[in-house]
Design a protein around this ligand. Structure first.
Ligand code: ADQ
Length: 559
């Protein structure tokens, strides 16, 4: 619960993340079109003000020629973005390979992909080499743009090798590193072949931040058990030099959601939805279609609830918004088919001619989601200061969003969502429709019970956003105990083990039957937290504490 020390962040902040918050599309030899991308990281930083920030990251495209690179660099400069150019092979090995095939599943306790295990192990070394080379290229760009007094904030598991590279360039550079995913138990981290090298590289930073105290503790014990270093209440000490390790729980810009709920368009959406689902309780899930989000488990728990509570079958509907992610990866394709199959079976089992129990909606990451909300919020359309942060988790972790079928369940076309049209209630729609920010706010607002059942999740901002939009309804949050948010919203939410379908089904029943008094009490707790621990706080506190670290010439060249 550390708070910002109120220091205005007037200095220059170099935010370094795997992906820039814009995606570049080439239009000609020296002409580029820029699209804003959104996601957990961008969302978190939307509300941060008063920072003179530059964003450094991979543009997400291969630009082999100098003419193209120069033109793109110029176009991005207007958005305060600075590109790192990675060639195709390095980008593939670094991003698809080491980052998303190895670190992402490992940090979420999923191990390595089973069927690829042997192949992955064989190519491990070359992927790690590419990871280091890519991190070094990020460091080159940071170093080129660094000015004395700047603060450098590195983000996420893509850039664990970066702090060391930066300190080798300039030991006085203030460097912070923040992880958006969980940091797993040291027993899990131990299995990683490059375990020591990664830990030592991160320790080169002046401050290392995590969403929760548990993740910070896991990191410290990995350093003590694997590297034999000393863990202190402040961090990790090596030969008299301290790397500060702490929890900095992220938040959202709750005011933005509150403001949105006052807009006539959103009120209209709310009315439409209320009318559409009259007589039924609304349950909502919003997740990237990723293994870590526990979507099949959630749907199976809902099935169990319906099975055991026949009287609820035509009185409750589950809206599951799934944002397609890494659609070119076979494991993700398999997950998608699995979810479709389960939804189809349940709707076939419990649906009637007039209603289906599950609406599973495929919605892409939409640039309108961010741009649109800026525009109607009265915020500048251009990428401002901190929105320049963090594309990593949603957009970058998830990236490669290519083809989607999607439907906005609060658009007029919802009437097409009839069980007669689609056995699975997955509506295909034309690609020019998507769920915009206001529609999402309206959905949050009409929800009676939100279901967040991540198998692991660094924090989970959807749970925060739901709470922020529940001013009048005071809906119930069912939240996985394996999401970082369980540590902050645990007292107000119903915590569940997402693997225990019986327990989740029972919680659904409890939530739907909860007395208004209990709902009010639980909501009050969560609302107070979400509206006082904001994204602005998070960033200010991190940068402020980074500033307070003592600059030592701590060139850490251990491997
Ligand atoms: P994510 O895994 O992406 O984030 P989450 O924290 O829930 O998960 O953030 C998702 C964000 O995307 C929310 O702000 C949501 O509103 C937004 N969103 C939903 N639908 C969208 C759409 N169609 N288009 C664009 N945006 C949409 C990662 C980690 C989390 C951690 C965050 C921040 O996995 O654990 O909380 O980073 O650190």
């Amino acid at each position: 619960n550390r708070r910002s020390r109120g220091r205005p962040m007037k200095q220059r902040l170099l935010v370094v993340a795997n992906r820039l918050p814009v995606s570049a599309v080439r239009r000609g030899e020296d002409s580029w079109y820029l699209e804003v991308s959104a996601g957990g990281l961008v969302s978190a930083l939307l509300g941060v003000k008063d920072v003179d920030a530059r964003w450094i990251g991979w543009a997400g495209v291969n630009v082999p020629d100098e003419v193209g690179q120069r033109a793109l660099t110029k176009a991005l400069a207007e958005k305060r973005c600075i590109p790192v150019f990675l060639d195709e092979e390095i980008a593939h090995q670094y991003y698809n390979g080491y980052c998303n095939n190895i670190l992402w599943p490992l940090f979420h306790y999923l191990g390595l992909p089973q069927e690829d295990r042997l192949a992955t192990t064989r190519s491990f070394q070359s992927q790690f080499d590419a990871y280091k080379r890519a991190n070094k290229m990020f460091a080159d760009v940071v170093n080129m743009h660094y000015q004395e007094g700047d603060v450098v904030w590195c983000h996420d598991y893509h850039l664990m090798f970066l702090p060391k590279c930066l300190k080798e360039y300039n030991s006085k550079m203030k460097v912070g590193w923040f992880l958006h995913t969980p940091f797993p138990s040291s027993e899990i981290h131990r299995t990683l072949p490059s375990r020591s090298e990664l830990l030592r590289s991160v320790l080169a930073a002046d401050i290392v931040g995590f969403h929760t105290y548990d993740y910070a503790r896991h990191f410290v014990s990995a350093c003590t058990r694997i590297l034999g270093l000393e863990g202190t209440p402040e961090g990790v000490e090596d030969q008299g030099m301290l790397t500060r390790v702490a929890a900095f729980p992220i938040g959202i810009d709750s005011d933005r959601f509150k403001r949105a709920l006052e807009l006539p368009a959103v009120k209209e959406h709310i009315n439409e939805l209320t009318h559409r689902f009259a007589g039924r309780k609304v349950m909502l899930g919003v997740d990237r279609l990723d293994m870590i989000k526990g979507i099949p488990q959630k749907i199976l728990a809902f099935e169990k609830f319906l099975e055991e509570n026949p009287s609820w079958r035509d009185k409750v509907v589950l809206l599951q918004i799934a944002v397609p992610t890494r659609t070119d990866v076979p494991e993700y394709q398999k997950l998608t088919s699995q979810v479709h199959e389960i939804v189809g079976r349940i709707n076939g089992r419990f649906g009637t001619l007039t209603a289906v129990p599950i609406h599973h909606l495929f919605l892409p990451l939409s640039r309108e989601w961010t741009v649109g909300s800026f525009a109607t919020d009265g915020r500048p359309l251009e990428l401002p200061l901190l929105p320049l942060l963090l594309s990593a988790a949603f957009a970058a972790v998830a990236t490669a969003v290519r083809s989607f079928r999607h439907c906005c369940c609060c658009c007029p076309q919802l009437s097409l969502l009839s069980p007669l049209l689609s056995a699975t209630s997955i509506a295909t729609a034309t690609a020019d429709r998507s769920l915009d920010f206001h529609a999402l706010c309206a959905l949050y607002a009409v929800t009676d019970v939100a279901l967040v059942t991540s198998l692991r999740d660094g924090m989970n901002l959807v749970s925060y956003e739901f709470v922020a939009c529940q001013g009048s309804k005071k809906g119930v949050l069912i939240l996985s105990e394996f999401a970082g948010a369980a540590q902050s919203l645990g007292a107000g939410a119903l915590l569940v083990n997402p693997w225990n379908i019986t327990e989740v089904a029972a919680s659904i029943g409890y939530a739907l039957n909860m007395s208004p008094d209990e709902r009010e009490k639980r909501h009050r707790h969560n609302y107070a937290h979400v509206t006082t621990h904001t994204a602005q706080d998070w960033a200010e506190t991190f940068v402020s504490e980074l500033n307070d670290t003592v600059v030592e010439a701590q060139l850490r060249t251990r491997q």
